[in-house]
Design a protein around this ligand. Sequence first.
Ligand code: GSH
Length: 206
Amino acid sequence: MATLYHVPTSRSLRVLWTLEEIGVTVDVKSLGVRPRLQEPEYLAINPAGTLPALIDGDRAIYESLAICEYLAARHGSELVVAPDEPERPEFVQWLLYGEATLQAPLSVMARVGRIRNKTPEMQAGIDAVLADARHSLSMRLKPLEQRLEGRDFLAAGRLTLADISVGYPLNNLGRPHFAGMLGPRAQAYRERLVARPAFQRAAAIP
Ligand SMILES: N[C@@H](CCC(=O)N[C@@H](CS)C(=O)NCC(=O)O)C(=O)O
């Protein structure tokens, strides 16, 4: 059985959500957030120290969306839009958007938020980076709001990995700090996604 290295609230949530949607289990190893970056045992599995990682026999996969695609495709799930389906290009676009476009400014915010022992000059620089990331985030939400006009899902008229990809940063955008950033369609879409029983089960995994 494949092993998934996981930390609650990390991008491993995408993988657990995918597994819950398709009704498949893997061996889940839950790690602490910070220590793993110095743990030789974990660095031997993923030299970058990032999460998630999936080990399946001799195969190691370190990108959350690549893990989701690997597991869903292997089980013949409709969460993957097949190459011969008309909305395959849109599927790939929104699949990548969730990580490369929408999650990117959130990751910047998380990283600078971890800087300790700040001087006033550093704080001023950090505040400028945070303001820029927030502006970038508000711009990057605009195409999502447009895409959701008249649609429940991002591609192919059904739940796909594109929704699971985008659902991860949208879940993070539910925090009070981001109140008011989502447009009405993105807000309703977020609520629909996080209300899914499969999402709820995945989010409850310690
Ligand atoms: N693009 C990668 C990003 C992986 C990533 O940055 N994961 C975060 C946790 S959600 C992490 O491990 N951060 C620790 C760090 O970058 O030092 C993916 O989707 O798996």
